[in-house]
Design a protein around this ligand. Structure first.
Ligand SMILES: NC(=O)c1ccc[n+]([C@@H]2O[C@H](COP(=O)([O-])OP(=O)(O)OC[C@H]3O[C@@H](n4cnc5c(N)ncnc54)[C@H](O)[C@@H]3O)[C@@H](O)[C@H]2O)c1
Length: 344
């Protein structure tokens, strides 16, 4: 199934919802969105042609806990739903990860669509059908692939985005600036992270990659650039996903001694004046053993004592390398010390 991704205004989203092939919408809305956009939520709740069953949840990472997931399932199961119900989620990437997993499992799977409301969820999390929850052992260790029918991107939702979420979105956009061939992205676009064209370039790239490899058996793995270290940083230092991924990319370049790539990362990531998060830990907080232990638990671990890491031979040419965990462990102090030099 191929997801239809549209950049549209809210009126057109309402029309699309009216046109869905179902008589019942299960709506999951983040409380922050209900607060900031009450009229929009009201309009969805009052669709002409559908019954809408609405549930409000707190957004952010805690929504991906098993307890919340179980409460959401119970709420819908006791609300008279059926297999043709269509789940719609409005919120950031954490809420859409959880809601998509609800759609994947409820009645053995129902259709779903996303209205992303953060920069990061517009350029990345809402696209590709990776849905799931965190385990106490690590991020995204429980989940499924379940492609949404529609992703409706209304840039107006970004009007209320807090600064920290712009920083997170910028971190993930930097990933794309390394993956997308330079001929396909205008690096000047990177000056303006609010640019619709920049968001569209990222969306187009991810859409193309995932439509060729929905289950991450091949080329889709490149989208994990920065994520092995990134997930460890996100968990250990409680920082946003995108910032963690961006420092995760820098970590790979340091680990593999790719000095030119690291310099480019500094030029691009640290060069953006409006959305940079400075190194989000102190040297003492960076416990190399804990970081390494978290990396060891990552999903990209392969049988034996190695892990698959994404890097680049040049911008636009990613590759997956199998790297010995023993070697990574020996290099961790060097990675920590060279990251320290990136402090602004
Ligand atoms: N499934 C995927 O392919 C994929 C890809 C990348 C990231 N992710 C996941 O996405 C999550 C991060 O998502 P995120 O960066 O969107 O953050 P988020 O979902 O954690 O949201 C961050 C905060 O922003 C608030 N918020 C959302 N929209 C807002 C708006 N328009 N105005 C004001 N506040 C708003 C939320 O309530 C929340 O407090 C992580 O869990 C990550 O693992 C998934």
């Amino acid at each position: 199934m191929k997801t239809v991704i549209l950049h549209i205004e809210f009126d057109a989203i309402i029309e699309s919802l009216e046109g869905l092939e179902t008589d019942q919408i299960l709506l999951i809305v983040e409380n922050s969105i209900k607060q900031e956009y009450p009229q929009q939520i009201e309009r969805i709740n009052n669709l002409n042609s559908k019954e809408v069953i609405t549930l409000f949840v707190d957004g952010g990472e805690q929504v991906k806990e098993m307890g919340t997931f179980s409460q959401v399932l119970d709420y819908f199961i006791t609300s008279g739903i059926h297999r043709e119900s269509h789940l719609v989620v409005i919120g950031g990437g954490a809420t859409s990860d959880m809601a998509g997993f609800v759609a994947a499992t409820l009645l053995r799977g129902i259709k779903w669509s996303v209205i992303p409301t953060t920069l990061l969820s517009m350029v990345d999390a809402s696209i590709g059908g990776k849905v799931g929850l965190n385990s106490t052992q690590g991020k995204n260790l429980i989940g499924a692939f379940h492609q949404p029918e529609y992703v409706w991107i209304d840039h107006n939702f970004l009007n209320t985005l807090p600064e920290v979420e712009w920083q997170s979105g910028w971190g993930e956009i930097v990933k794309y600036s390394f993956l997308i061939p330079p001929s396909k992205i205008n690096f000047h676009q990177l000056q303006d992270i609010k640019s619709k064209q920049l968001i569209a370039s990222c969306v187009q790239y991810k859409g193309r990659i995932v439509s060729g490899d929905a289950l991450e058996e091949g080329q889709r793995r490149v989208l994990n650039l920065g994520h092995t270290f990134g997930h460890a940083y996100e968990k250990l230092f409680s920082i946003s996903h995108g910032v963690a991924v961006s420092y995760g990319i820098a970590s790979i370049f340091i680990l593999l001694e790719q000095k030119e790539m690291l310099q480019l990362w500094q030029d691009i990531y640290l060069g953006n004046r409006c959305a940079v998060a400075p190194l989000p830990w102190t040297r003492d907080q960076f416990d190399t053993e804990k970081v390494f232990a978290t990396i060891q638990g990552d999903k990209k671990r392969v049988a034996g004592a190695a892990i698959k890491l994404v890097t680049l031979s040049s911008v636009g040419n990613p590759l997956v390398k199998e790297i010995s965990l023993e070697w990574i462990s020996k290099e961790m102090e060097r990675v920590r010390d060279e990251l320290e030099q990136l402090r602004r």
